[in-house]
Each structure stands twice: as C-alpha cells, then as structure tokens.
Design a protein around this ligand. Structure first.
Ligand code: SF4
Length: 188
C-alpha cells in the first residue's frame, strides 16, 4: 500500500551554509512549535548552530519519499484507521532511517548524522523536567532545528517537492536526513 524511493546529493558545508541555512529565520518557526525548549534535539541550544555545521566540510542529504496508495488504504482501513496507518509507516521509516544513519557514522569515523525531524526516542523527553537527555549517544539534531531550509534542500538538492497536509492525508511523505563529515570519499 506504499512504496519508497530514495534521493541523494552532497555539497560542501560552506555552500550549504551560504544557500540553505538561516538560523535566525528558522528559530522563529521553531519558537512556534510545541517542541521548542521541550525536546533536547530542538532549540534553544547552548551552542551556535552555524558553528555546529562549520565543524565539518561536507553535507550529504538523503531524502526518503514514501508514496501511499490512498485508494487501497481507504478501502481496506477506512478514513480514521488510514491516518493511524500512515503515521505508523512514517514512524517505522524514521526509526529504520536512524539505524541506517548510525551505521554511516560507524563507517565514517568523526561524522555525525542529522535526523528526519525531532527526537522521538523516548515517549516523553526529560527536558521539561530539567533532566539531562537519557540517550545523548543516540539523539541527533535535525536539519531544520539547526536552521536548515528543508523545503529548499529537498527541492533544489533532491528534486523532491515537500507536500503539506491541509487536514487530508498526504499522497506522500518525505523524510530528510543528513550526514556531516570531513571524508571526501564518503557515500551514503
Ligand atoms: S533521547 Fe529522550 S531525553 Fe534525549 S532528546 Fe530524545 S526524547 Fe529527549
């Protein structure tokens, strides 16, 4: 009832910072989100996002597009169950992508990956309680949380248009992960 396509590209962090990152603008979007200040992977941070990007020379982008056969899903599951089904497909894909990205970090020592969206490892983040992150070894920041323009990234670097839902279920979902590395030979 769905199929997955992957899209990849690579550029220098210098180019990415110049054309795809605007920390001040995206911080304002983050402030309007319920995750702001409530999840350790989200702003505000005790470091400068530009400096985080700047520790690496290259950024690889991996786009994962999940296209749904809406007709088949609606027919088999009904509208309400369809929404839950699509959410579950999304969460499963996000988890599998995280495992894949941890594997890339192992393959390219010194690299770090960027998550598709905010951290969802724990059912409740410890941040609102003022406690430290429970899994700092697994928590990763997302492109957008570090000021990256995911829509522009997907369109210009991957050739994928991000589809927004206006209440209806989307025809497809796009997850965007990244790998920051100094290794010029890295491939994702
Ligand atoms: S790993 Fe858990 S505690 Fe850490 S940021 Fe993610 S949800 Fe929060």
């Amino acid at each position: 009832m769905y199929h997955i396509e992957e899209f990849r590209n690579k550029t220098t962090v210098r180019n990415y910072l110049e054309h795809y990152v605007d920390v001040a603008i995206f911080l304002e979007y983050c402030k309007a989100c319920r995750c702001y200040g409530r999840i350790w992977s989200c702003p505000p941070y005790d470091f400068e996002p530009e400096a985080y990007w700047g520790k690496y020379r290259y950024v690889h982008i991996l786009g994962t597009k999940i296209s749904f056969d809406r007709e088949a899903i609606d027919k088999e599951k009904g509208k309400e169950e369809a929404a839950a089904y699509i959410r579950q497909v999304y969460l499963n894909a996000k988890e599998q992508l995280s495992e894949k990205m941890y594997g890339l970090e192992q393959r390219y020592p010194g690299s770090v990956t960027l998550s598709a969206g905010n951290c969802t490892i724990c059912s409740e983040c410890t941040r609102p309680a003022g406690q430290v992150c429970l899994h700092p070894d697994r928590m990763r920041y997302s492109i957008e949380a570090l000021g990256g323009n995911v829509v522009k990234t997907a369109e210009e670097l991957l050739g994928v248009r991000i589809q927004w839902s206006d209440g209806d279920l989307p025809e497809y979902l796009t997850l965007v992960n990244g790998l920051l590395t100094d290794d010029p030979g890295a491939e994702i």
